[in-house]
Write a protein of this length. Structure first.
Ligand SMILES: [Ca+2]
Ligand SMILES: [Ca+2]
Length: 208
């Protein structure tokens, strides 16, 4: 009988400890928030593109549970970005392509400031993802963050090579060639000229 009591106590301890697990508290995260300024972020599969923070594009994330209480101590690697257009980005290491700057603090807050190791192009913006749940997506129906993702890996196969160079050539220079927003890496935006080529060239032969 006493052994049964010990087992019951152990089961109770396990249940209580699991209720403290941050993963168990997130449901749809419609009360979570992610905000960022609008801009263009040059990304490279090698992870040596532009950093969000250095370009005024820091993503501010706040994670709360379904009664709007902050969730602290979500690990930095459990918070990342994804493109809004669906599966068009070639994210090196999947969710490991970018992480938060730190775990969530006591207010459930953290930031995403780093470089995004991805190929591909997504001009529809990004979403912050927390433990696999994209903030604002689905039933939440919030707009995407207005950060346009552009990589010299134009065909999104995790490497910048001659195939991408050929794609770049289809719109270089624009005008007179037809404009392709995905190739517009540098100011002046709206045209594809030498500054865009220079930024492309830096990442030639880079890969994950
Ligand atoms: Ca490529
Ligand atoms: Ca340009």
């Amino acid at each position: 009988m006493s052994r049964l009591l010990v087992l019951l106590l152990l089961a109770l301890i396990v249940l209580v400890s699991q209720s403290d697990d941050v993963g168990a508290e997130i449901f749809d995260c419609c009360d979570c928030t992610a905000t960022a300024a609008a801009g263009v972020l040059l990304c490279c599969p090698q992870g040596d593109g532009d950093a969000l923070a250095a370009n005024g594009l820091t993503v501010y994330v706040r994670v709360v549970d379904n009664v709007n209480a902050p969730i602290a101590n979500i690990p930095a690697y459990d918070i990342w970005l994804t493109g809004c257009a669906g599966d068009v980005l070639a994210m090196c290491g999947g969710s490991g392509a970018i992480a938060a700057s730190a775990p969530t603090n006591q207010n459930g807050e953290t930031t995403i400031v780093a470089k995004f190791a991805t190929g591909g192009c997504d001009n529809s913006g990004v979403r912050a993802v927390v433990q696999g749940i994209a903030i604002g997506a689905g039933i939440c129906a919030a707009p995407c963050l207005p950060i346009k993702i552009r990589s010299p890996d134009l065909n999104a196969n995790y490497v910048v090579n001659l195939v991408d160079f050929a794609v770049f050539g289809t719109a270089y220079t624009s005008p007179p060639k037809a404009y392709n927003e995905c190739l517009d890496f540098a100011a002046p935006f709206g045209t594809i000229t030498l500054p865009d080529f220079a930024r492309y060239g830096v990442h030639s032969n880079h890969s994950c």
